[in-house]
Design a protein around this ligand. Structure first.
Ligand code: CO
Length: 295
């Protein structure tokens, strides 16, 4: 990989780590989820990055993809809080997540996903199979008495592409494909006290642009112009609401969804409503791998 590109990943990683730690400090009883997300995203831009996806906070049984719209009044109390942060520099993406336990009761659940992440990271090198990474994650989480979330996975990080190949399993799925030198991947184990599978919930507040075919309405076209500036990276409904107001945003999103112009990323919830913890780092696969979101 060219040095110039590595530098961009490293810069994105550094900003992601600072933003994650900054957000982590804001996660306290009484804090507004929406305000934390706004502050984390502002911090990313102040540091010279761009959000690679909207900052997200998912609580308790929600594993991922929870993102405040402008009307969200959720206040933190005693939840298990996952903060997921992504930053890109010229399309080179860093992705990281952390869990904070405000209940003081679920330290073991948090440790399970952290330990699983470290076990998997320790295996990363060119030639290791995807199944071996999944096996390490599965065994660590199972040994701690929890279930790995099997239908969520880590992923490759492509240029302006968050969920690139390969998919990094959280269980031993038998996949004998191997990591190759120069791949950039995010590993993200989830540990659950419940089913260990997630299902889609509603409503979605995160979307990705797919196509602009067939949009004639002027308001919707205006909103679409803004959406095009996010490239093909996920964006938050809240970002549009701030620019266009809630009513116009709802109107435009309805049109765009009907015409198949957007992909939705609805909240993902444990099927048995168990509690879920997550840990995530991004890594450049080299003989000496670089975990570039540690900070
Ligand atoms: Co990720």
């Amino acid at each position: 990989m060219e040095q110039e590109i590595i530098e961009k990943y490293l810069k994105a990683g550094k900003i992601t780590a600072i933003a994650r730690e900054f957000g982590q400090q804001l996660i306290k009883p009484g804090a507004s989820v929406r305000e934390i997300l706004d502050k984390v995203e502002t911090k990313i831009v102040e540091l010279g990055g761009q959000p690679a996806f909207p900052a997200q906070i998912s609580l308790n049984e929600f594993a991922a993809h929870c993102c405040s719209d402008l009307t969200d009044t959720t206040i933190l109390q005693d939840q298990v809080v996952k903060l997921d942060v992504g930053v890109h520099i010229d399309g080179y993406i860093a992705d990281t997540a952390v869990t904070v336990d405000l209940s003081g009761k679920h330290g073991k659940l948090l440790k399970a996903s952290q330990d699983a992440l470290e076990k998997a990271l320790a295996l990363v090198r060119p030639g290791v199979t995807l199944a071996a990474l999944g096996k390490a994650i599965q065994e660590t989480i199972t040994a701690a008495g929890f279930s790995p979330v099997r239908n969520l996975s880590g992923h490759g990080l492509g240029h302006f592409e968050i969920h690139a190949r390969p998919s990094i399993p959280n269980v031993d799925n038998g996949n004998q494909n191997v990591l190759k030198e120069g791949m950039v991947i995010a590993i993200e184990p989830f540990a659950s006290t419940g089913a260990g599978t997630v299902q889609e919930s509603s409503p979605a507040t995160v979307f990705t642009f797919v196509s602009d075919a067939g949009i004639r309405d002027p308001i919707t076209r205006k909103v679409l112009e803004e959406i095009r500036t996010y490239q093909k990276l996920p964006f938050a409904k809240r970002w549009l609401e701030k620019k266009f107001g809630i009513a116009k945003t709802n109107f435009a999103l309805r049109q765009l969804l009907t015409k198949g112009c957007l992909e939705q990323h609805p909240p993902l919830v444990d099927e048995a409503r168990g509690l879920v913890s997550q840990a995530e780092h991004s890594v450049i696969v080299l003989e000496k791998p670089i975990v570039f979101t540690r900070g």
